[in-house]
Design a binder for this molecule. Structure first.
Ligand SMILES: Nc1ncnc2c1ncn2[C@@H]1O[C@H](COP(=O)(O)OP(=O)(O)OP(=O)(O)O)[C@@H](O)[C@H]1O
Ligand SMILES: [Mg+2]
Length: 348
């Protein structure tokens, strides 16, 4: 269980902002609050914030409409703004590692040490060979600063900056503990701009990969194929609209083509994961993110990957009376990162 007061989980995705607040009840978690609000003008493109004030306005709207008193929050960065490297190095203590961090960053990360915030995860120690393997996680400082000030302008205070992949690892560890015991599981989040994946070996996040393809690309391809607006394409894609000019089977074909690309990248990443870790199987792949709401997408994942696939289902979790159940029901798959972030506490 968390040590101290739980933070508000705030996931600033490229299509919408999502919030989640948990409460500890008798040794487990209850969802107190979930909500999301969409952006209208693509304020984040390829990881760069183009319109911070739109993001601030949307977050402020969420805070007001939900009457949120809890100002301290955890946010996450991903993709273009985070570099994760698996590094093999001489065995050393946590303190020695911190002392040697600058050298390791200079060897493995293509940014100046002064420009990044660095975090490490020790994956494995081999006392005999006097070696250890770590994950080196570097996030650009200026990006972190921008996010913090956007959130501050909305009246919240950032206490923790996590990564999307580690937030999802946390979620799996807490809500699916039995599944990761002596097992290799993956969690794949297919969002609007990005697909993130983490491989968890015996509970440790051993490998992460961000692929810069997501649901937006499906929308764009539908738009091009049928010569329609983005809003129309989005409505066809999500099955909210049908018309004579656009055949659902053709929409499906476009979806399949893009998702096949994503699945291909995932397959290559899993092979790379096998090569770098010596693992030779995946026991389960958890799926989340708005784009996996499409049955076509889910079927392709099930068919093309060599492991059982399961959707992360927030509906099975305990939630309080005040919690908007319709939001959980409709947006559960999009809210997973916010839920993972809501597990963090202020005194970590
Ligand atoms: N029913 C549906 N069928 C297909 N796609 C859907 C459906 N509902 C939502 N989506 C897609 O899910 C995506 C949004 O998902 P999500 O909220 O997880 O992304 P995000 O967090 O905003 O983006 P990212 O994580 O890439 O920055 C959009 O591309 C949207 O079109
Ligand atoms: Mg997202």
């Amino acid at each position: 269980m968390a040590n101290g007061k739980l933070l508000l989980g705030l996931d600033i995705g490229s299509s919408s902002a999502k919030i989640c607040l948990l409460k500890e009840v008798r040794g487990s978690y209850e969802i107190q609050l979930v909500d999301s609000a969409e952006f209208s003008n693509d304020p984040i493109v390829e990881g760069s914030i183009l319109n911070g004030s739109e993001i601030t306005d949307v977050i402020r709207g969420l805070v007001r409409s939900n009457g949120i008193k809890q100002k301290a929050c955890a946010i996450a960065v991903s993709g273009y703004n985070v570099i994760v490297k698996r590094v093999r190095m001489p065995e050393m203590s946590e303190e020695e590692l911190q002392e040697n961090l600058r050298w390791e960053v200079e060897q493995h990360i293509p940014f100046d040490y002064e420009e990044v915030v660095v975090d490490t995860v020790i994956l494995e120690r081999n006392q005999q060979q006097k070696k250890m393997e770590i994950l080196l996680v570097a996030t650009k400082k200026d990006v972190v600063r921008d996010y913090i000030s956007i959130v501050r302008d909305a009246g919240l205070e950032v206490k923790i900056v996590d990564t999307v992949n580690f937030a999802l690892h946390n979620l799996i560890e807490v809500f699916y503990p039995k599944e990761t015991e002596n097992a290799v599981v993956g969690v794949i989040n297919v969002g609007a701009a990005m697909t993130s994946m983490t491989m968890i070996v015996n509970g440790v996040p051993s490998f992460t990969r961000d692929i810069t393809i997501g649901g937006n690309q499906i929308t764009e391809e539908i738009q091009k194929k049928f010569g329609i607006t983005r809003e129309e394409a989005e409505a066809f894609k999500t099955g909210k609209s049908q018309s004579e000019g656009v055949v659902p089977a053709d929409v499906d074909d476009v979806t399949k083509a893009v998702v096949e690309n994503i699945v291909g990248e995932i397959r290559r990443s899993i092979n790379f994961f096998y090569e770098t870790t010596g693992c030779d199987r995946v026991d389960k792949l958890f799926l989340c993110g708005g784009a996996v709401k499409s049955p076509t997408t889910r079927r392709l994942f099930e068919k093309s990957l060599d492991a059982p696939v399961e959707l992360i289902d927030l509906k099975n979790l305990a939630y309080s009376k005040q919690c908007k159940h319709d939001v959980l029901e409709e947006k559960g798959l999009e809210l997973t990162v916010a839920l993972g972030l809501a597990l963090r506490s202020a005194n970590e």
